[in-house]
Design a protein around this ligand. Structure first.
Ligand code: 0RQ
Length: 495
């Protein structure tokens, strides 16, 4: 071993109050585990002694409980970016304890390299192996780890023996130059390799290696229900229609599928549809359903930034690792989500909305306009640049008390210009080439829940007139107000 071995406590003690720490990992996997836990303990000890300790935390995306819960419960985070999906962190962001900055996941790596987020003092990176030259074979994700190791002053490595040797060769590490020296990304097919299998590190910056042997912990998916199954079927039926009409080429196009329960259901429906050919995926997160569909030969190849798999699915992947190594690639999120590649390959993107308005604007992040859920993730990267950008949402939330179709979204993540197709369990609204009024009629008719259709038609009548986009400034948020004041959007009264 080229580097000194440290205990997690020794490594954590290298981090001081006020520093910015870059933590590797993505979509809850491949994150370091022992050092963040020791860092949380270190913070608590200092706090008990009346000393301050808070860090700025920059990651690739969601980190999982071992990082976000531990550090938030220890009140050790002052600043956090980007995507998170952790209850404790979400509460700390929404209470104002943690300052949170949300941005497109394709951009966080380059923002760090450009210096937009200041200096990175320490990078903590999980690896599944270290080469004789001292370079890192990453573990279950790539995220922005290659950038963090480039820019950080000091690097702490967690060598996770739970994956030793299994993932070697599955990564494709390619770090972009900065402007004005940037060239095209040479990916012309989903499975083109552009980089190396390991992350180069400057050995002088490595403070030491902490040994671990622990799997990632990912949250279980909610089982499919009638609503999510129907949303999945509606997306599949829509794509079959497009395919039969020749709007999608014979060999089909690579698919990106978002995160969460609904995305998992949609992927299951697409994979299971006998009218669609086997396809490839160029996506961000490789979720459970992908592994089954690969073994059933419904998915030919997948490139993503993380293997966000439950233990049984990871075991299944490892069981078939000989064959799977040729069919799975893990890339930096800056490449998986890069507008250039997404547009070149012609990705069909399927992401999830919390709410959509009758004009096609989508809110994926904010509950009632003000409370952060997870973050925009890669949904905006894919939505704007996709061949076909589809957003899905159940037509209602919270047992029908909330309509997910509203006159005006309470926060905008993907604009009406980026949302081509909107799908709920009620049906599909194809918004391509439609004016705002035409879109509104389609969305109300095809996507809104029957309990809310009249309310939405009434809003449209109120605001229709001699204008391009029908809008009543007085009434645009009446449905949200009704929920805030009475707990049920069905009590909406327009003024
Ligand atoms: O809350 O569990 O407390 O009831 O929101 O909703 O229906 O379980 O949906 O798990 O698919 O997540 C948008 C959050 C959807 C996710 C979001 C409440 C609802 C429930 C979750 P409860 P569901 P999902 C990148 C892809 C942004 C990032 C992204 C996400 C909870 O998909 O984070 O797309 N997306 N990344 O009750 C109030 C509403 C609500 C509402 C739902 N209108 N108002 N609460 N909820 N609608 C690209 C990749 O390649 C991966």
């Amino acid at each position: 071993m080229k580097y000194p071995i440290l205990s997690a406590e020794e490594a954590a003690a290298l981090i001081i109050d006020g520093q910015t720490v870059g933590i590797g990992g993505f979509s809850s996997v491949g994150t370091p585990k022992a050092v963040p836990a020791a860092l949380a303990q270190h913070a608590e000890t200092l706090h008990n002694e009346g000393k301050p300790f808070k860090i700025g935390l920059i990651t690739g995306g969601a980190t999982g409980n071992q990082v976000d819960s531990a550090l938030t419960e220890a009140h050790a985070v002052a600043f956090r970016t980007p995507f998170q999906s952790n209850k404790e962190m979400r509460n700390a962001i929404n209470s104002g304890e943690v300052q949170y900055f949300d941005l497109h996941l394709s951009q966080i790596g380059q923002d760090v390299r450009y210096g937009f987020l200041g200096k990175i003092d320490v990078a903590i990176i999980e690896a599944s192996g270290i080469t004789p030259e001292g370079d890192l074979i990453l573990s279950t994700s790539v995220g922005i780890s290659p950038t963090l190791t480039c820019v950080a002053d000091k690097i702490i490595i967690e060598l996770n023996e739970a994956h030793a040797g299994k993932l070697t060769g599955m990564h494709d590490i390619f770090v972009l130059d900065n402007p004005p020296y940037r060239r095209e990304i040479p990916i012309y097919k989903v499975n083109d390799r552009t980089g190396s299998i390991s992350v180069k590190v400057d050995s002088k910056k490595v403070a030491g290696v902490v040994l671990t042997n622990e799997r990632d912990q990912i949250a279980a998916f909610t089982p499919l229900n009638e609503t999510t199954r129907q949303i999945g079927q509606n997306v599949a039926d829509f794509l079959v229609k497009e395919y039969r009409q020749g709007a999608i080429p014979k060999e089909f196009l690579p698919l990106q599928s978002g995160v969460g329960n609904i995305a998992n259901a949609v992927l299951g429906a697409l994979g299971g549809d006998p009218h669609l050919p086997a396809f490839s995926m160029y996506t961000e997160v490789i979720q459970n359903s992908v592994i089954d569909l690969m073994l059933e030969e419904r998915i030919r190849f997948v490139a993503g930034s993380s293997l966000t798999l439950s233990d049984d699915k990871l075991d299944l992947l490892y069981e078939h690792i000989g064959e799977m190594k040729d069919r799975v690639l893990l890339r930096p999120q800056e490449i998986t989500n890069h507008p250039e590649v997404i547009r070149r390959l012609g990705i069909i993107a399927v992401n999830t909305a919390l709410e959509a308005d009758i004009f096609g604007n989508v809110n994926s992040t904010h509950v009632s306009g003000s409370k952060m859920m997870n973050g925009i993730g890669g949904s905006g990267d894919f939505a704007r640049n996709a061949y076909l950008s589809i957003f899905t949402t159940p037509s209602t939330a919270k047992g029908g008390l909330i309509s997910s179709i509203v006159p005006q979204v309470s926060h905008v993540d993907s604009t009406e210009h980026d949302v081509r197709i909107l799908v709920t369990e009620q049906g599909v609204a194809d918004l391509r080439g439609k004016s705002p009024l035409q879109r509104a009629r389609l969305i109300i008719e095809n996507c809104a829940h029957p309990d809310y259709k009249e309310l939405l038609w009434d809003y449209l009548k109120l605001s229709e007139g001699h204008c391009h986009t029908p809008m009543s400034l007085r009434n645009a948020f009446q449905m949200h107000l009704a929920f805030a004041e009475t707990g049920d959007m069905r009590n909406t009264k327009y003024v």
